[in-house]
Design a protein around this ligand. Structure first.
Ligand code: UD1
Length: 313
């Protein structure tokens, strides 16, 4: 089978590409390298068809879609605060860009379109854990664009018969997550701070919680969503079913790294949700998904990777 992975040079995308190549599948990557890096694909570069281009360019997407059976759509602006600062940019990439990918996938008559949606769609719904049947109440432009993406995928299913599945990823972390920007995921920021001997910055009181999900689980769930019968038209949570506060993460990091960590507390971020935790029973039933790498094990593996990749020589 031939798979198109948009955003395939990114953190999550490159892990999906690795796994597809390992399974002997053909892979096309479309990535504009705005967040992704060619280095993430170093191990598979000569085995894939790599297109450098943006999903906002319809011709580039159409070219990447040729002869493809499955589209895994990950390319996006992924930061909540960046979307608060620049909603037009996030909207342009995450909605206009996604629409290009849907149109190209429809025209290429792919078997299924799998979309990296986000738990940010739940926003401030108070109940935990989050179940897919709850109404979406996004509280950031980013969360809204991810929710609109789900609706678009489903409409393409109803109107054009394009099979689709949406996965609401919950705070994915692991090797290759880029820590270099102020918009990077919190665990990558914490790890870099520890390596550099700086104080990790905590926005708010540190009691906010997330269902931090090791990337290997998400790769497994995403590939299941491509093929599982009965998955089309559905939205699935992609998490572990647990949640942990940032303060607790820092305690665990002290144990794992053997270093004393003194965080700096700063003002909470605009658009931040407070708590997040996935109910993954639907994904279990329909996709046969269960999280195999739990948080602490994932944190250890991730620390080992950062130590090696970022430690000063
Ligand atoms: C993250 C993802 C988003 C995904 C969503 C799914 C990133 C950059 N964002 O959003 O793409 O759709 O999960 O749930 O991966 N924080 C600090 N210090 C820092 C950085 C962040 O305290 O240096 C705090 C934030 O204020 C927030 C929490 O950590 O309360 C998580 O932030 P972040 O890693 O940016 O993720 P989300 O906003 O949850």
């Amino acid at each position: 089978m031939r798979y198109l992975v948009t955003g395939g040079a990114g953190f999550i995308g490159s892990h999906i590409v690795d796994q597809l190549v390992q399974r002997g599948q053909e892979v096309v990557v479309l990535d504009d390298l705005s967040a992704g890096k060619e280095a993430n694909l170093a191990g598979v570069r000569d085995k894939i068809d790599f297109h450098i281009g943006s999903i906002t360019d319809l011709a580039a997407v159409q070219s990447a879609c040729k002869g493809v059976q499955y589209v895994i759509h990950l390319a996006a602006r992924t930061s909540v605060p960046r979307s608060v600062l620049n909603p037009l940019e996030t909207n342009h990439v995450n909605i206009d860009g996604m629409l290009n990918v849907l149109v190209a996938a429809r025209d290429a008559q792919v078997r299924r379109f799998v979309f990296a949606a986000s738990s940010a769609a739940y926003g401030e719904t108070p109940t935990l854990p989050k179940v897919e049947s709850m109404p979406a109440q996004p509280i950031s432009p980013y969360g809204l664009t991810k929710y609109v993406g789900e609706l678009y995928a489903q409409v393409f299913g109803r109107v054009y018969g394009l099979e689709n599945a949406c996965l609401r990823y919950f705070n994915v972390f692991g090797p290759r997550q880029d820590p270099s920007s102020q918009y990077s995921g919190v665990l990558s920021r914490f790890m870099l701070a520890v390596i550099e001997g700086q104080a990790p910055v905590v926005f708010g009181d540190g009691e906010q919680s997330r269902d931090f999900t090791y990337v290997e689980n998400i790769v497994d769930e995403t590939l299941r969503a491509c093929e599982a019968p009965g998955a089309s038209g559905l939205v699935f949570n992609g998490g572990t079913g647990a949640r942990i506060t940032l303060n607790h993460v820092l305690k665990l990091l002290e144990q794992i790294t053997g270093k004393t960590i003194k965080p700096k507390y700063d003002a909470p971020r605009n658009g931040d949700i407070r708590d997040s935790q996935a109910d993954v029973s639907l994904a279990g039933r329909i996709l046969g998904y269960e999280p195999r790498v739990l948080f602490e094990e994932g944190l250890k593996r991730t620390w080992d990777w950062y130590k090696q990749a970022y430690a000063k020589m």
